[in-house]
Design a binder for this molecule. Structure first.
Ligand code: ADP
Ligand code: ASP
Ligand code: MG
Length: 448
């Protein structure tokens, strides 16, 4: 069997869903399982609605507009209107839930229950569209399968439970030659409370299910030709990588290549299941194959494979003269981040100072207060991480000089290389990010 995951833009309207139907029809013999995202923009809108001030009367009209989007798509797809009753009744229950929340602050648990609606609606619509196109299909609620802990907004799956539930629920459907259609991004606790994996989490759902069912491959259908030498929105001339390793894909995704969720490869490593990133607008394009033994192709003579960047980064600098020659300091430092569950991305340290970056500043004040006991703290907001990923980074003489020569007009703040043999990261002002990526692309790939 294979897993086919369709992202938001690949299900955004009737035309996109029509293309999906054809892609699935072409793969019926391979027994596909479909994992779908919400229609493009729907998760953003649901999160916007969840954050409205308590007592606002906007939710009902904004939810009605989301339902209309699904209705418009359904009207243009033969048979798809069959999904509309379910979508409307789920939307009505959402309006009631939101009304019941009036007068108090919304919790992460409630936000997840709201955000989960996008995938529930899209999967119903797509199931009906496939049925209308004579594809044998069955809608599957992923929540009893995808059992997670209760860290709402960034849940962790219980892999053994999900493996056995996935086999129990999905194998009988696949064995009958029927295509199960289920939701990405969402799961539920053991007691059935909805959770989510965080933004872009549908890729992770697809690979978890692919590993559970020992799929022969996981296809990630999106709006670009594959993993590219840079984000094509920043570098329009970026080229598609024919192959990449799990490690390269993970590094690129961690540092901003949104095309894949950073955890996508993790469940697939043990079985060595390949991921293929494909363009749903150009299904004949071979895309990028991500696999453990990826043969390195040379893109021209460049030792670099790709450049990514991520904005919205905060740099925390700690200067502590007592760190000099002392032991246990870094442990104390990281315990503070651990206590407040703050993820650190990039780290650089000297004799008496440490700089590190975080993406989510929601616990920054708490962290800062405790860090002040360790030394002098200063915080730089509005920064971006730039990551240069390539196989020969450590072994190619002069490479660092080329990287920093290419961006010599930019103020580079924190540099980190070494922990990973394939990645060099540095921090710049957020506004400089796109220009830095273009200059690096020009240096290593000759175009920008
Ligand atoms: P989906 O909705 O299919 O999950 P996403 O919007 O999450 O799609 O990811 C696709 C986008 O990722 C592309 O439109 C592209 O702008 C962006 N992107 C960023 N970096 C890269 C890269 N290195 N290669 C390909 N796409 C990239
Ligand atoms: N719909 C979710 C999001 O927009 C998950 C996904 O698309 O992967 O983040
Ligand atoms: Mg995505």
């Amino acid at each position: 069997m294979i897993v086919c995951k369709f992202g938001g833009t690949s299900v955004q309207d009737a035309a996109a869903i029509g293309r999906l139907v054809e892609i699935v029809r072409d793969r019926l013999e391979e027994r596909p399982l479909l994992v779908v995202s919400a229609l493009a923009g729907v998760t953003d809108e649901l999160l916007g609605i969840a954050r409205l001030p308590s007592g606002s009367d906007e939710p009902a009209s904004r939810i009605a507009a989301l339902v209309r989007r699904h209705e418009e798509a359904a009207r243009q797809l033969p048979g798809a209107e069959a999904a509309l009753d379910d979508i409307s009744s789920e939307a009505e229950s959402l309006v009631r839930e939101l009304a019941a929340l009036a007068g108090r602050r919304i919790t992460p648990r409630e936000i997840d229950a709201i955000a989960a609606r996008g995938e529930l609606w899209s999967s119903r619509l797509i199931t009906a569209a496939l049925a209308g196109g004579d594809v044998p299909v069955e809608w599957v609620d992923v929540r009893p399968i995808m059992v997670t802990d209760d860290r709402f907004g960034r849940a962790t799956p219980y892999v053994q439970v999900l493996n056995s539930r996935a086999r129990q629920h999905l194998c009988p459907i696949l064995e009958c030659g029927v295509v199960p259609v289920t939701q990405g991004f969402i799961g539920a606790t053991a007691t059935g409370v909805p959770t989510t994996f965080g933004r872009g989490g549908s890729d992770f759902s697809a690979s978890l299910l692919g590993a559970a069912l020992r799929a022969s491959r996981v296809e990630i259908w999106t709006d670009v030709d594959g993993l590219m030498t840079a984000d094509p929105r920043v570098v329009p001339s970026a080229k598609t990588l024919a192959v990449a390793s799990y490690e390269e894909a993970a590094e690129l995704a961690t540092f901003g290549a949104r095309v894949l969720h950073p955890a996508t490869a993790v469940p697939l490593v043990r079985e060595g299941i390949p991921i293929i990133v494909l363009n749903s607008r150009r299904p004949d394009h071979p895309g990028t194959t991500i696999e453990p033994s990826a043969e390195v192709e040379r893109l021209g003579d460049s030792p670099i494979r790709s450049i990514s960047w991520k904005k919205g980064i905060t740099v925390i600098n700690i200067r502590a003269p007592r760190m000099l020659g002392a032991y246990g300091f870094l442990r104390q430092l990281f315990e503070i981040f651990e206590r407040h569950e703050v993820v650190v991305d990039v780290l650089a340290s000297s004799e008496v100072s440490v700089s590190l970056t975080i993406e989510d500043p929601s616990h920054l004040d708490l962290v800062r207060r405790e860090l002040e006991d360790l030394g002098e703290i200063w915080i730089d907001e509005g920064r971006a991480i730039v990551a240069v990923v390539g196989i020969g980074l450590k072994t190619t003489p002069g490479l660092t000089a080329r990287v920093f020569g290419a961006v010599k007009h930019t103020c580079v703040e924190v540099i980190s290389q070494g922990a990973s043999a394939i990645n060099m990261t540095f921090i710049v002002q957020e506004a400089d990010g796109p220009d830095v990526v273009r200059r690096l692309h020009q240096e290593f790939f000759g175009t920008c």
